[in-house]
Design a protein around this ligand. Structure first.
Ligand code: FE2
Length: 315
């Protein structure tokens, strides 16, 4: 049964009901960067910190900030920095903190992801967990992070998740699912009482508008902050939510007085790929699964990410 194999399943304790978002906001901000999927890229972390510093923005790291950071010093430094900010645990942090190997990487991969890739993800997680064992305090802190946050910006209610409105590793807010089954996302928005869901986890970005009981609503998936998201590019993406637009955004949408945008995370590519090759040499599971994407992006275009209600800007 595919759904019970490591890396395929969605563990029971990953789940929560959409109604959990109908609560007072956990944080209020003037401008907010939601940074999903750093994947251990410390150069992307530096770039994100710099973006936020320039406008005194609040940062939320919504999970999977770890992945390629299997070297102990890199792991320690990255986690100590991230944990100074608001953060959610992704499936990677959750599985790092736990001992149960039954969930594998906890990705909950759907059927369109091949078995070989799932198996390699499980091996990456096992190596990373070995590194994490050297830092029991950090491991405990990762395990105690929340699975979701509610933020408020100028009256706009934002549900921040790793996966979707029901699961830390859910795929209902993937670009594939939003294209094929938009009615599912619309129902989740209606059941949650938020105007925006900001998510990540599924590795490809998308911004798509919906109609919800409170009016116009949006799902924004930043793809990855620490890896390229579009063909022949070498930058990550973060989601920015603020009352004034950013001159750097690639595309965005307006909800009332607030803009939601995809902002490039322009990190030092040469330094990053040199570090990646050192930690994950040719033939390693991470090199086989991710090096091509890190070098030149996935087979995905920005036009595919910009859906109904979102508009592109000149980069
Ligand atoms: Fe994830």
């Amino acid at each position: 049964m595919a759904r019970t194999r490591p890396g395929r399943s969605c563990p029971r304790d990953y789940r929560y009901p959409p109604a959990v978002f109908a609560r007072a906001a956990d944080l209020e901000a003037q401008s907010l960067y939601v940074v999903g999927g750093l994947y251990g890229n410390r150069f992307a972390l530096e770039a994100v910190l710099d973006l936020a510093r320039r406008e005194n923005a609040t940062l939320v790291f919504n999970g999977d900030f770890n992945w390629f950071d299997a070297d102990p010093e890199g792991f320690r430094a990255l986690n100590e920095t991230v944990l100074r900010h608001a953060a959610l645990r992704g499936n990677v942090e959750t599985e790092l903190a736990g001992e149960d190997a039954g969930a594998g990487c906890g990705c909950g991969y759907p059927e369109w992801v091949g078995d070989a890739e799932v198996e390699r993800s499980n091996r990456i997680l096992e190596r990373l967990r070995e590194t994490a064992r050297g830092f029991p305090d950090l491991r405990a802190r990762l395990g105690s992070l929340p699975m979701h946050l509610v933020a408020e910006i100028a009256g706009l209610r934002i549900g921040i998740v790793h996966g979707d409105a029901e699961s830390l590793a859910g795929w209902q807010f993937s670009q594939e699912a939003l294209g094929e089954r938009p009615e599912c996302a619309e129902a989740l928005l209606a059941g949650s009482g938020v105007d925006v869901f900001a998510c990540t986890h599924t590795c490809l970005p998308v911004m798509q508008e919906f109609v919800a009981p409170r009016g116009k609503a949006l799902i924004v998936n930043n793809g990855a902050a620490g890896m390229p998201n579009f063909r022949d590019t070498r930058f990550g993406l973060a989601t920015r939510i603020a009352s004034t637009p950013s001159a750097q955004s690639l595309y965005g949408a307006r909800l009332g007085a607030t803009v939601v945008e995809a902002v490039p995370v322009r990190y030092d590519h040469e330094a990053w790929i040199a570090e990646f090759d050192r930690v994950w040499p040719a033939g390693s599971p991470a090199a086989l699964s991710y090096r091509k994407r890190i070098a030149s992006g996935p087979g995905y275009e920005m036009e595919q990410a910009v859906r109904a209600g979102a508009f592109s800007r000149a980069a």
